[in-house]
Design a binder for this molecule. Structure first.
Ligand SMILES: Cc1cc2nc3c(=O)[nH]c(=O)nc-3n(C[C@H](O)[C@H](O)[C@H](O)COP(=O)(O)O)c2cc1C
Length: 351
């Protein structure tokens, strides 16, 4: 038991250190957001100061449609990372995902490495658990932990690629759609499903459409490759061979949107979102929210909460400029845009 606990904590520390310092990005595959051409308007007929990208997502207000994706929790060094990100989110009026609460479920004393409500009382906050762990915990056990953390939603992550190359990974993903559906029916807060950087395609989106999940966070390929992270941890695994696996973010958003339109379920466009231009492109493809993990972690490691706040500020400014140059004053107008799809992206979605 003690060995298992320290193994999780050790893994968390390694993930943070590797992601902060090493190259864990995709090398060949991109998000394909570069194939999305916005309708540039040299005469936007708008005053840029009028642009208001504020929105509501799963019952909470956001000053602009962006959130910090799940990063960490469950190791003592994770506590400051979570507090810094949460503080910056509170100041900017945007949302945050906590890292997997698996460590806390096994060792409740680790709860304080996740708890951020002292510094972020108002933000949209999501708890996080791996879909494979739904075999170990019944909804009531999860709900108790989520209540203690005072979160607004639970993100269930799908990380089949990562688990399959980890020597200690749990690659039994059978029966998980039924467990996700059951969880979404049983707990009071909204449940949404997220990938971890290899993307959600048409078939999985279609399976999730039949459940009561409130949203899909696509976390497509082209940004951080979780398989690459594990390749660095275990040289003997197939991590490097599968580094590039997955559905590019732009494709993932388009396919998920095709499946979810008119259902009321929301979409988070994520995975390799690195600037405001990427984020606005994701919105024009149909995302209701955008998110990123790696740039948030890098900003935190560089300059704590201030660094994260600066990154969010830049993101917001760039999203406003991009909206201005597209002649759109708010998120509704961005959703009405019909960007041009070029080259490889057009090939992929036309398949
Ligand atoms: C250090 C680190 C830890 C992460 N831990 C989790 C996690 O516990 N749960 C999860 O769902 N995703 C986790 N992720 C994945 C991110 O939420 C995100 O899906 C992925 O990094 C792709 O986004 P990006 O290209 O913006 O980094 C983690 C990412 C990083 C960088």
């Amino acid at each position: 038991m003690t060995t298992a606990l320290s193994a999780i904590e050790k893994r968390k520390k390694e993930h943070l250190a590797l992601c902060a310092k090493k190259d864990v990005s995709f090398h060949d595959k991109t998000t394909l957001l570069e194939c999305v051409e916005l309708n540039y308007k040299c005469l936007p007929e708008l005053d840029m100061r009028e642009i208001d990208l504020s929105t509501e997502f799963l019952g909470k207000k956001f000053s602009f449609p962006f959130m910090a994706s799940a990063i960490t929790g469950g190791a003592q060094i994770a506590k400051q990372v979570n507090l810094d990100i949460a503080k910056a989110c509170q100041e900017e009026g945007i949302g945050m995902g906590l890292g997997s609460i698996r460590a806390m479920l096994k060792q409740p004393s680790l709860m304080d490495t996740y708890y951020v409500r002292d510094v972020a009382p108002d933000i949209f906050l999501a708890g996080n658990i791996g879909a494979a762990q739904l075999k170990e915990y019944v909804p009531a056990q999860l709900e108790e932990a989520l209540l203690a953390l005072e979160v607004d939603a639970l993100a269930v992550h799908l990380n089949a690629a990562q688990e399959s190359v980890q020597p200690e990974g749990d690659a039994d993903f059978s029966g998980l759609i039924a467990l996700i559906a059951n969880l979404a029916d049983k707990i009071k807060i909204p449940v949404y499903v997220k990938e971890v950087g290899h993307g959600i395609g048409f078939d999985v989106a279609f399976a999730l459409k039949q459940t009561n999940v409130a949203a899909i966070d696509v976390q497509g390929a082209g940004g951080t490759s979780w398989v690459a992270v594990d390749a660095l941890r275990h040289k003997e695994t197939y991590g490097e061979a599968f580094r590039e696996i997955g559905v590019p973010t732009a494709v993932s958003i388009i396919e998920t949107k095709t499946v979810l339109q008119s259902t009321g379920k929301k979409i988070i466009g994520s995975g390799g979102i690195r600037n405001g231009l990427d984020a606005v492109k994701a919105l024009t493809l149909g995302a209701d929210m955008t998110a990123a993990a790696m740039p948030v972690l890098k900003a935190q490691q560089k300059n704590g909460a201030l660094g994260v706040k600066e990154f969010f500020g830049e993101m917001k400014k760039q999203m406003i400029i991009t909206s201005f140059l597209s002649g759109c004053k708010d998120i509704n107008e961005l959703h009405e845009e019909k960007p041009l799809l070029l080259g490889k992206l057009r090939e992929w979605v036309g398949k």
